[in-house]
Write a protein that binds this ligand. Structure first.
Ligand SMILES: Cc1cc2nc3c(=O)[nH]c(=O)nc-3n(C[C@H](O)[C@H](O)[C@H](O)COP(=O)(O)O)c2cc1C
Length: 226
């Protein structure tokens, strides 16, 4: 099975990607899958021009001749697509959002109404055979609403994917926090194993992955140096 990982952290040492790596270790424990990680920050991806040239040619490619067409090829051939990125201003980092915007060559102009009344574009490729997972780490401790905007966007763009949103993610790269980070990494590895067999994560697993590593008050005290 082909797994495409879009790593949207611009950092060499990413808090979120540590979690994603552990997940991939579990998912590919038998080394039988083809995993391709794209560090999006290293690619040349211009913003979408909004020209809809892709909907003239309908060949699944973008008229801009940068690295996005290679990503679209990988996207088409992958069975599992993992979006791994830090939460930036309640959404995706802009360089990754450019990749998402420029997946519209995989859609058609034709609009269809879903049973729930929502409207979406017909797709050029069969997305029903693809599995999408979103893993995002953030700097705030757990609070209602931090991931709301991202959750809605991912639901609408990816058709109800599995989503794992991790608060207090900077603890992943703080040596003194290894005592709480290591158990979380182990949970991510186990979750990767679950995903490999089920192509989804149970509610219980997601809740365990999203549970704060330390209490909010303690996290805030540490961040604020109090
Ligand atoms: C520009 C910018 C915007 C951010 N916005 C948010 C935010 O809206 N909510 C939040 O909890 N953390 C926010 N953060 C913190 C990051 O999500 C956090 O540091 C994360 O652990 C970084 O992950 P990475 O190491 O994988 O890049 C922001 C960080 C930056 C640099």
């Amino acid at each position: 099975m082909k797994v495409l990982v879009l790593n949207g952290s611009p950092k060499k040492v990413s808090d979120t990607f540590r979690l994603t790596e552990a997940f991939l270790k579990g998912l590919n424990r038998d080394q039988k899958h083809e995993i391709k990680v794209i560090n999006v920050i290293e690619k040349r991806i211009a913003p979408c021009r909004g020209c809809f040239g892709c909907w003239q040619s309908m060949d699944g490619h973008c008229v801009i001749g940068d690295d996005q067409n290679g990503i679209l090829d990988d996207y088409r051939s992958a069975e599992v697509i993992i979006w791994s990125f830090p939460l930036y201003c309640y959404g995706m980092p802009s360089h990754l959002k450019a990749v998402l915007d420029r997946t519209i060559p995989l859609l058609k102009m034709k609009m269809v109404e879903r049973e729930d009344g929502a409207v979406q574009h017909e797709t050029l490729i069969d997305f029903s055979k693809k599995h999408t997972l979103v893993i995002s780490g953030c700097g705030f401790p757990d609070w209602d609403g931090n991931f709301d905007a991202l959750r809605i966007m991912c639901r609408n763009c990816f058709g109800d994917p599995d989503m794992v949103f991790v608060p207090e993610a900077p603890l992943m790269n703080v040596p003194q926090a290894a005592v709480v980070a290591e158990p979380l990494l182990a949970k991510f590895e186990k979750a990767g194993e679950e995903y490999e067999t089920a192509f989804s994560l149970s509610k219980e697993t997601i809740a365990a992955l999203e549970a704060p590593m330390i209490p909010k008050e303690e996290y805030l005290r540490n961040v604020n140096g109090e």
